[in-house]
Design a protein around this ligand. Structure first.
Ligand SMILES: Nc1ncnc2c1ncn2[C@@H]1O[C@H](COP(=O)(O)OP(=O)(O)O)[C@@H](O)[C@H]1O
Ligand SMILES: [Mg+2]
Length: 396
């Protein structure tokens, strides 16, 4: 299944935005602070509603510092935050439309200041585009018991029976943004791990929790890919520390010593660590999207240049070409320098004083792309904060 349309209202720095016809591989372009991460956060939010452990509306909002952090600062009279999303099974053209709106009550509930559901709609999209309404809240139950409105139906197993597939889909959305320093110095920084987002040591826990056979086969493939980039590398393996029992990755390097030199993850280069995690995530099997936050970070240009090809080929190899949907936030020229990138997959985020808006590729840009230019040449210059040829100067 894949996300084919997203509409948001009052979400972070977007007052209104709607993207239709979303492809399987999506590139989110925009200058710094335009809202790329905020856009990805829409999907992480849905993941937080649908996840099987500790999910739900209140947690999802509190985890983001409360509704005041989520709601667009440019919001006017209408202060409701709303997400409206279509999830479609490409082959069967069936799927779901889900709408969730929430707000802080202006009266009642005051004591708790907990957010409440202003709207929750589940529509089932059948073949031939016939839409059947399954849930439409607020409903009679909500009116009889206002407290029900503190929870969504998507998070409640008693209420989501008819659309559990959708809840599971949301719950399986995965976000990748490995921060090498968190992995290397996790203990020094904090003992806390965030299980759902593999930023640091959780990544190793994820590797550790994978069945041995699958794990070994994935690591073997990563090893082969990495050897092209780090030729001295001989062997990438997973192990548990004999004393502490903690999971580690280890690389053997060719070395003048007969047994070679072994290094653990805290000695890997940042780029190597990020590549290992990226290649791992790309191999995870799931029906739900993978969100890649600026995969270009810490990597040299040569490698970044090849990333879009690699991502494409991994997708094609998996499940007959209908691998999972991938959203990539980036502003890397090298990443977008592949002329083969599907122009339908490009979403441009444009900031303004009144919040950001989204757009797809324009007719002019499309013409340039079909003439053989890459998105880096045809689109990126129009998606930069600093005009082409302009200069960024810091007066200190
Ligand atoms: N609730 C909000 N209302 C308005 N702007 C917001 C809100 N939350 C975050 N922002 C703004 O969004 C911008 C950050 O967007 P972000 O998605 O991190 O950018 P990018 O990933 O494109 O660099 C910041 O300028 C931040 O101030
Ligand atoms: Mg960002």
């Amino acid at each position: 299944m894949h996300i084919s349309r997203i509409r948001i209202k009052n979400w972070r720095n977007f007052r209104h935005a709607e993207v239709k016809g979303i492809s399987d591989v999506v590139y989110l372009l925009g200058p710094n602070a335009s809202g790329k991460s905020n856009f990805l956060d829409v999907m992480r939010f849905l993941r937080d509603l649908g996840k099987s452990k500790g999910g739900g509306l209140q947690e999802a909002v509190e985890g983001r510092g409360g509704i005041s952090k989520i709601r667009c600062l440019h919001a006017r009279k209408d202060t409701e935050v709303l997400i409206d999303i279509d999830v479609i099974d490409e082959s069967r053209k069936t799927g779901w439309n889900y709408i969730i709106g929430f707000n802080i009550p202006s009266s009642g509930f005051e004591k708790s200041r907990r957010v409440f559901v202003t709207k929750e709609v589940v529509n089932k999209i059948a073949e031939c585009g016939v839409v059947e309404n399954v849930i439409n809240r607020p409903n009679d139950e909500d009116i009889n018991d206002e407290y029900q409105r503190q929870q969504t139906y998507i998070e409640q197993i008693n209420s989501n029976r008819e659309f559990r597939g959708l809840a599971d889909f949301f719950g399986s959305i995965t976000y990748y943004h490995l921060v090498p320093q968190l992995l290397k110095f996790g203990d020094e920084i904090s003992g806390r791990t965030i299980e759902d987002d593999p930023f640091g040591q959780e990544f190793l826990l994820r590797v550790s929790a994978t069945q041995e056979r699958t794990r070994n086969s994935r690591l073997k493939k990563i090893e082969k890919a990495l050897q092209k980039i780090v030729p001295q590398m001989e062997d990438l393996r997973f192990l548990k520390d004999e004393v502490t029992g903690r999971p580690h990755l280890e690389i053997k390097f060719k070395h003048h010593r007969p047994r070679g030199a072994r290094q653990r993850e805290d000695q890997f280069s940042d780029g190597t660590l990020r590549l290992i995690a990226l290649f791992w995530m790309l191999q995870e099997t799931s029906d739900a999207p993978l969100l890649l936050e600026e995969p270009e970070l810490s990597l040299n240009e040569e490698v970044v240049r090849s990333l879009s090809h690699q991502i494409g080929s991994v997708r094609r190899k998996r499940s007959g070409g209908s691998g999972r949907q991938i959203f990539i936030s980036t502003h890397s020229y090298a990443l977008l320098s592949n002329p083969g990138i599907d122009s339908d997959g490009i979403i441009i985020i444009e900031p303004s004083d009144d919040g950001s808006s989204t757009r797809k590729v324009s007719e002019d840009e499309k013409a340039a792309l079909s003439a053989g230019l890459s998105p880096a040449e045809a689109v990126l210059p129009n998606a930069r904060g600093i005009p082409l040829g302009g200069q960024f100067k810091l007066d200190l």
